[in-house]
Design a protein around this ligand. Structure first.
Ligand SMILES: Cc1ncc(COP(=O)(O)O)c(C=O)c1O
Length: 386
């Protein structure tokens, strides 16, 4: 391996939201990875830091070209750079887009459970959240297309925010599922907004399918934020083929002050997308090993729990319903008793009331430690209940 994922930097006292914890606590919640940054990205940032000026900056041609190159070579999707708009983050772009593409009190659909911030961007803008639950069928989550269509019709839905691949369950959507969903959206004039921020993290041998490859009128949100752990760098692109929408969104992004990059966003993103292929291949291998470890550990030692995750993202979805403790209480006690910090499934929707999300983007040693802590807590809980 060229890159070392076993050694981790110490991020205590580095203003890290994830690592601002008490001594001995192990945070495995927010979607932030623990690994060292890719050295090529760090070098690009250090080089840029040597320029004698950190003033206002703009996304250069090379910045958009780096996205085009990555999507073509990694994902076999041709994206014309002229369709791309810079945004300082996917969430801020979603927030702005909802205001431009829908009106107050309009309905916006999400397929649940889902990344909790989707609910916020809809509600905070005084739009109505319309949900359709993903159902579980032979260990994989399925879209209930009939219900989606019915609700779109009845609730007069104007936009659908889709998570591709899906956070929190790691579901990788197929081309035929995307086509079916996009056909429904087209039929009822619903704008399909596909958040593809997790697309590079997939088990070896798997590939994600962009909504753009089935429907060029879909709006895709892409970013190096998750795969290269650059959330604090604030770099994202929104792909909008429709010229009229693109102009409106570009204006809105400037108005909302999310249209200009942080000084380091441009060099960091170019380094990621022009030099990062081997890093992502190795990262995916490493994460797969962590996933396999968790899966075997649970089968062998915690067989009352069930892992119901798909092959994408570094987030695992664990069914704890056999323990009969709601996920909010479960994560609170887990932290208090053994110092392991997970996300309560409830955060992502009612369907997650008895589920937890585990972020495995850390060293295998930490993953082993986490599994032992989880077992210790569950054993003591079961002993108390006996
Ligand atoms: C699906 C999804 N979209 C967006 C984000 C955040 O994106 P950004 O940091 O670019 O706002 C996350 C972070 O976890 C996410 O899971």
């Amino acid at each position: 391996m060229k890159y070392n994922f076993d050694q981790l930097p110490n991020r205590l006292n580095t203003s890290s939201i994830k690592w601002d914890v008490k001594p001995g606590e192990l945070p495995m919640w927010v979607a932030d990875m623990d690994f060292y940054p890719m050295p090529e990205i760090q070098e690009a940032i250090i080089d840029a830091s040597k320029n004698n000026g950190y003033g206002y900056t703009y996304p250069t041609k090379d910045y958009f070209e780096a996205y085009r190159y990555w999507w073509l070579t990694r994902h076999h999707v041709e994206i014309d750079p002229s369709w791309m708009i810079f945004a300082s983050g996917v969430v801020s772009a979603l927030d702005s887009m909802i205001r431009v593409l829908t009106k107050e009190n309009d309905s916006v659909m999400v397929l649940t459970p889902v990344y909790h911030v989707f609910y916020n961007v809809i509600r905070n803008n005084h739009r109505k959240v319309v949900t359709s639950s993903l159902s579980i069928d032979s260990d994989s989550f399925q879209i209930n297309f009939r219900e989606v269509e019915e609700k779109i019709k009845v609730e007069n839905v104007k936009a659908l925010i889709f998570c591709n691949p899906h956070n929190p369950m790691g579901r990788l959507w197929t081309k035929s599922e995307l086509t079916q969903l996009s056909d429904i959206c087209d039929k009822y004039n619903v704008t399909l907004i596909s958040d593809e921020i997790h697309c590079d993290i997939v088990n070896p041998g798997y590939e994600y399918c962009s909504a753009l490859s089935v429907n060029e009128s879909a709006i895709a949100c892409i970013s190096p934020g998750k795969a290269f752990n650059l959330a604090g760098i604030h770099s994202a692109v929104i792909v909008v083929k429709n010229e009229e929408y693109r102009k409106l969104l570009q204006e809105a992004f400037y108005h909302d002050d999310i249209g200009e990059p942080n000084y380091f966003a441009v060099p960091a993103t170019i380094a990621a997308y022009t030099k990062g292929a081997e890093y992502i291949d190795e990262l995916n291998q490493y994460l797969y090993q962590n996933r396999e470890y968790v899966s075997s550990f649970i089968k062998d030692n915690l067989s009352q729990l069930r892992l119901v995750s798909g092959p994408a993202t570094y987030l695992l979805w664990l069914d704890i319903s056999a323990l009969n403790i709601r996920s909010d209480l479960f994560v609170k006690e887990l932290r208090e008793k053994v110092g392991l910090i997970l996300s309560p499934g409830l955060q992502f929707g009612e369907e997650g009331a008895y589920k937890v999300r585990i972020n495995i983007a850390t060293s295998l040693n930490n993953v082993k430690d986490a599994m032992n802590r989880l077992k210790q807590y569950i054993d003591s809980k079961e002993k108390d209940n006996a």
